[in-house]
Each structure stands twice: as structure tokens, then as C-alpha cells.
Design a protein. Structure first.
Length: 232
């Protein structure tokens, strides 16, 4: 579904992503694990159109994404949950979801998607009228994931959803991502947290200094945790 080939991102003279090649097949959950500064957000932003790659190609279902304007990428079924969550802190949970569903231009579908988000994260239903910025970090991340789901994506790309969260909450986010995967959604999870990624993903790329160091099935990586320790 998503094919990235020889992606290179430079900021001035600094090489952040170096000829990276990876793919995400339809129905798969693919993880990209890498430490601070490995280039995760640079890849996510390249997919989303917020960073212009220096070289390489990104295609979604064979279509060249790099020539598609940012706002039109949503219509192709791409949704990104950005690092730092990107929600509107003064607006309520429900208002955030409504705004995220706006590209659908369909109130009935939007209302149905809100209900689905509330099924996935029941606590958000209880908090639907609360200002998003006053929620706990974990609940805010649940809002961010829900906002990503509001446009009915086929591919959901998440940039470090575990950031700043307690292990128990990270487990809840992981369980929700697994459920989404089971429902047929294709997911690309970019993370520093190797445990979360191994628990959620089918396949994992290990990233360091903008390059893929290793690529394996999550189940095989879990039987060889020293690979993760060694490479990260
Ligand atoms: N706008 C920018 N200008 C210059 N350098 C940048 C810019 N954005 C990122 N970088 C550098 O590029 C490298 C990769 O950054 P990136 O944010 O993609 O990594 P990351 O894997 O997402 O890290 P983190 O885990 O901290 O989010 C880092 O060394 C970072 O300092
Ligand atoms: Mg990042």
C-alpha cells in the first residue's frame, strides 16, 4: 500500500534520512523503531507532505504521493497522528473530533465515526464535553488517535504515540492499535518504544541515523531482543 524508496531528507547540510526504503502492505501493522533523532518524524512528515524530501519516492497504492498536495492526501485514505498530538486544547473532545472529520463533508458519517472512537476509547465518551487540553496525557493521545480515525483512513500513520505516557497507558494505546489492525486498518507505527512496537506490529524496521539497520518480523525480534538492544 505504502512504498517508500530511497527516501532522503536533508536539512541544509544535515542528512536526516539516508536512502531509506520500506513498505507497508495492505492490512499490515508495520513498526519503525528508532532512538531520538533517528529520522522517524522526518519520514512521517515526508509522507504527510510537511517536509519536502531531497530525493526518493513515496507512493500510496502506486500513486506518487509527492505530487499530491497535503490536503488531498487525506482523500487518498492517508491519515497522520502527529508527534505532539496536534489537538486543539481549548476545544472539547467532541469538537476536536468534529473538526478532524470535516474533510468528509458528511455529518452522518462523522457522527458514526465519533461513536466508533467512543467504542474504542470509552473514557472519551465520558469526557466528550471536556476541554481536550485538560485531559491526562493518555486521554489526549486517545483524542489524537481518534482524530486520525475521523477521516475514515485506509492507512493510519502514528508518530510516537507513547511519548511521555506511563507504561499502563502505553499498553492501552497498544491494545487499541491492535484492535484497529484486526478490523483491517493498515497501520504504520513510528516509535522509540520498542516494547510497544513489538507488541503491536507484524513487521519491524529498526532505524538509526536515518538508515534501516535491520528488518524482521516482530515475533522473531521478540525471540532475539539483543538485536534491538544492540541496534538501538
Ligand atoms: N527542521 C529541522 N532543521 C534541522 N534539523 C532538523 C530539523 N528537523 C529535524 N532535524 C534533525 O534531523 C534528525 C532527525 O530528526 P527527526 O525529528 O526526524 O527524528 P526522530 O526520530 O523523530 O526523533 P525524536 O525521537 O526525537 O522525535 C535529528 O538530528 C534532528 O535534529
Ligand atoms: Mg520524532
Amino acid at each position: 500500500m505504502l512504498e517508500i524508496a530511497n527516501l532522503t531528507v536533508r536539512y541544509g547540510a544535515f542528512l536526516a534520512v539516508d536512502r531509506l526504503t520500506m513498505n507497508v502492505g495492505a492490512g499490515e501493522i508495520v513498526g519503525v523503531v528508532g532512538p531520538n533523532g533517528a529520522g522517524k518524524s522526518s519520514i512521517v512528515k515526508s509522507v504527510g507532505g510537511l517536509v519536502k524530501p531531497t530525493a526518493g519516492s513515496i507512493t500510496l497504492d502506486g500513486r506518487n504521493l509527492l505530487s499530491v498536495p497535503v490536503h488531498e492526501r487525506i482523500e487518498l485514505g492517508l491519515s497522520i497522528v502527529p508527534e505532539g498530538r496536534g489537538l486543539f486544547p481549548r476545544m472539547s473532545v467532541e469538537e476536536n473530533l468534529i473538526i478532524a472529520g470535516d474533510p468528509l463533508r458528511d455529518r452522518v458519517r462523522s457522527a458514526r465515526n465519533i461513536e466508533r472512537c467512543f467504542e474504542l476509547f470509552p473514557i472519551l465518551k465520558e469526557r466528550r464535553w471536556q476541554a481536550a487540553g485538560t485531559l491526562s496525557g493518555g486521554q489526549q493521545q486517545m483524542v489524537a488517535v481518534s482524530m486520525g480515525l475521523m477521516s475514515d483512513p485506509r492507512l493510519l500513520v502514528l508518530d510516537e504515540p507513547s511519548l511521555g505516557l506511563a507504561p499502563i497507558v502505553i499498553g492501552e494505546i497498544g491494545a487499541a492499535l491492535r484492535k484497529l489492525g484486526e478490523s483491517g486498518l493498515t497501520v504504520a507505527l513510528f516509535e522509540q518504544n520498542a516494547k510497544l512496537t513489538c507488541n503491536v506490529a507484524d513487521r519491524i524496521y529498526i532505524l538509526a541515523s536515518g538508515c534501516v539497520q535491520h528488518h524482521d518480523r516482530a515475533a522473531d525480534l521478540m525471540t532475539n531482543p539483543e538485536i534491538l538492544d544492540h541496534l538501538m
